[in-house]
Design a protein around this ligand. Structure first.
Ligand SMILES: Nc1ncnc2c1ncn2[C@@H]1O[C@H](COP(=O)(O)OP(=O)(O)OP(=O)(O)O)[C@@H](O)[C@H]1O
Ligand SMILES: Nc1nc2c(c(=O)[nH]1)N=C(CO)CN2
Length: 199
């Protein structure tokens, strides 16, 4: 039988749908590197960071490849002595998740650690920020890439540089150069502490 115009099998697939499916296929067959910053200043901070690494490692489509050394850091962006100090670290991951799904997963991991969102830069059991996703640049407020304040934060740059001395922050250049000019006061390696890669 000759197909008619109303036969759904002959409806052209809209170009936007083709583009979205192609993009998803590319992501699936082509894992991307992403850099995640981990922070905790409430509860058992090291356990929270390790729990985040393990939970991220349990995510389908995500492998944690490198975990950085751990740093003890003075709270940034708030009144001195208004919060406990943080433990910070960075995880380098390879993922087939698109950026939006990676953010969803990062937020689900934060929620699992009973993170409460009240004031800006408030103390927290766990923070998981996406610092970079491949070389994607986006000013979407829901997911800004690279993270808009990463270049100013020694608590991100120092562990990231340890984990990957050649790292580049898209739009800002080598992490080593950023680290050379940023204020590193109050950012101290905790060589007595260590994060493990997920088994
Ligand atoms: N690169 C990013 N990583 C994580 N969240 C982001 C990013 N870009 C935008 N956001 C958005 O920022 C919102 C607030 O995130 P969050 O509460 O973790 O901020 P914060 O950690 O307190 O502060 P900061 O963003 O300065 O690190 C999130 O709901 C998320 O949608
Ligand atoms: N030292 C330190 N300061 C912060 C941190 C953090 O992880 N470490 N996170 C913040 C919001 O993301 C705000 N301030």
């Amino acid at each position: 039988m000759k197909p008619t115009q109303s036969d759904p099998t002959v409806q052209p697939v809209p170009a936007a749908v083709v583009a979205a499916v192609d993009a998803a296929d590319t992501t699936l067959s082509n894992p991307r590197w992403a850099v995640l910053a981990l922070g905790a200043n409430l509860g058992n901070r090291l356990e929270n960071l390790q729990g985040a690494v393990d939970a991220l490692g349990d995510t389908p489509g995500l492998r944690v490849k490198v975990v950085s050394p751990v740093y003890e850091t003075e709270p940034w962006g708030v009144e001195p002595d208004s919060q406990p100090s943080y433990l910070n670290a960075v995880a380098l991951v390879k993922t087939t998740l698109p950026p939006s799904s990676l953010l969803e997963r990062a937020q689900a991991v934060e929620e699992a650690f009973l993170r409460v969102r009240d004031e800006r830069w408030g103390a927290r059991t766990l923070d998981v920020d996406i610092i970079t996703y491949a070389d994607v640049v986006s000013d979407d407020p829901v997911l800004t890439l690279p993270h808009p304040r990463a270049h100013q934060r020694a608590f991100v740059l120092a562990p990231w540089h340890d984990a990957d001395p050649e790292a580049q922050l898209p739009g800002h250049g080598p992490v080593a150069a950023l680290l050379a000019v940023v204020d590193r006061a109050g950012v101290t390696p905790r060589t007595d502490l260590e994060l493990r890669l997920p088994e």
